[in-house]
Ligand binder design. Structure first.
Ligand code: EPZ
Length: 419
């Protein structure tokens, strides 16, 4: 089992080019199935989740290969519409292939997806939307067997009870080749959904309202392949900025998506760091101990404060001057990193969806374990500011979302090695 060993207490200084977005790449890779042609995806991060998606594509009869950060997907040979349970369990986004397979083949067999354990993560909204678009869905021995009764999806009016990112993406994927018009009310507005829509539009899809809470899709007979550049990863951006505020220092992040990261940046600025953005670069300087954030930090669907950045900001505020309060509104179990930060000397009380973080003067090194992706990143963040050595296990979680994290942190001046 690999571990990260981090010597903390060193100010960061350096620059790094941000990776492409994991949460954009995954639905876009699923979307490549719909084209029946060749898609060239640039700026695709090299991550275990991306490899899981490529295994699914290969299993379905597509050809998926990588050259550096460029993925080439040829879906002309797609001939299978079943994803084995083992592949479904590797990540949450495996469910995204359901909409794409129903769009292309009119049927699919999947199972409950895996992914980070953040509490119950049902797929009821996905299933009820697919039913509205004409799918007959039954469960048999843990397998979910879906078949479009008329052979292909038909447009429908779907109102989501909550703006679920995954359900919105799945409906879009299913609708672009559907018969007629699909309207999604209360759709999620995350930037990664806009990225998926831009990709599909480049493949010939007709989509209006991406990034808004009402999306209208007019189904097309056929799509075609394209070349597309994946957007930068706004959560990796939040993570590396948090590290620099936590440890102190001066860093430059290149290739950021600044407007999309704004809901995080506006809260991070309240810790007293100075942020300057020019072109696609963010310059951050943080010299003093961070200040606590006065207003409650409420995680909300975009453009609210992102739940994916809650853990890394908590590591920053664990040694801030004063008390900060988090309210986690998206997932019911997304504070598992708090116990590990406590092992490093943090003072954090969790009560249901609330976490009260009383800033301590300094964290100290400890042996800790990542239990989910962003929680793992928060431990790296805490370790960089801590006095002494921290050993982090559970790297399989971190490797799902951060491309060569030890290289990026090293370029920023952190003392980190993978052993
Ligand atoms: C996406 O997950 C992201 N994953 C998550 O990022 C992110 O935390 C989340 O959106 C919220 O922004 C990917 O894009 C691959 P949701 P998703 O459907 O689509 C409930 C990371 O760290 N819900 O918006 O699974 C659900 O349980 C990951 O990169 C239902 O009840 O999120 C949750 O409480 C972790 N029924 C809430 O909605 C459903 O059918 C939001 O989930 C679907 C969702």
């Amino acid at each position: 089992m690999q571990k990260l060993v981090i010597e903390g207490g060193k100010r960061l200084r350096g620059e790094v080019v941000l990776q492409g977005s994991k949460n954009s790449s995954l639905p876009i890779m699923a979307g490549a199935i719909l084209t029946g042609g060749e898609c060239v995806l640039e700026n695709c991060p090299i991550l275990t989740d991306i490899y899981s998606a490529s295994r699914i594509l290969n299993n379905l009869g597509c050809r998926c290969s990588f050259s550096g950060n460029t993925a080439v997907i040829d879906s002309s040979g797609a001939n299978c519409c079943e994803i084995p349970e083992k592949l479904m369990r590797e990540m949450r986004s495996s469910i995204m292939f359901m909409g794409a397979m129903l769009g292309r083949m009119g049927e699919c067999t999947v199972s409950i997806p895996g992914g980070c354990e953040l509490g119950s993560r049902p797929i009821d909204m996905h299933l009820s939307a697919m039913k509205k678009m004409g799918a007959d869905i039954r469960e048999e021995n843990g397998r979910i067997i879906c078949k479009m009764t008329s052979g292909k999806p038909r447009g429908a009016k779907i109102s989501l009870p909550f703006p679920s990112v995954g359900a919105t993406e799945n409906i879009i994927l299913c609708a672009v080749l559907a018969e007629g018009e699909t309207v999604i009310n209360n759709s999620a507005r995350e930037p990664e959904i806009e990225d998926l829509c831009r990709f599909l539009q480049k493949c010939g899809a007709e989509i209006k309202g991406a990034g808004e809470s009402r999306i209208v899709i007019r189904g097309r007979e056929k799509l075609h392949g394209c070349e597309y550049r994946i957007m930068p990863d706004r959560i990796a951006c939040a993570t590396y900025l948090s590290m620099a505020v936590s440890a102190g220092g001066e860093i430059i992040l290149k290739n950021c998506c600044i407007p999309e990261t704004e809901p995080f940046l506006s809260v991070l600025e309240q810790t007293g760091c100075s942020l300057y953005a020019k072109n696609d670069n963010i310059y951050l300087r943080s010299s003093l101990r961070p200040k606590a954030v006065r207003d409650r930090i409420r995680t909300m669907p975009h453009p609210g404060f992102p739940t994916d950045a809650q853990a890394v900001l908590m590591a920053v505020l664990a040694c801030a001057d004063g008390t900060s309060v988090f309210e986690e509104n998206i997932f019911d179990c997304r504070y598992r990193h708090a116990d590990e930060l406590v092992k490093m000397g943090a003072d954090i009380q969790v009560m249901g969806k609330i976490a009260v973080v009383k800033g301590v003067e300094r964290l100290h090194g400890a042996n800790v374990e990542a239990t989910d992706l962003r929680g793992g990143a928060s431990l790296v963040c805490g370790a960089l500011s801590a006095e002494g050595t921290t050993v982090i296990e559970g790297l399989n979680h971190i490797d799902r979302g951060y491309e060569k994290i030890e290289r990026a942190v090293g370029l920023l001046g952190g003392n980190i090695k993978r052993v």
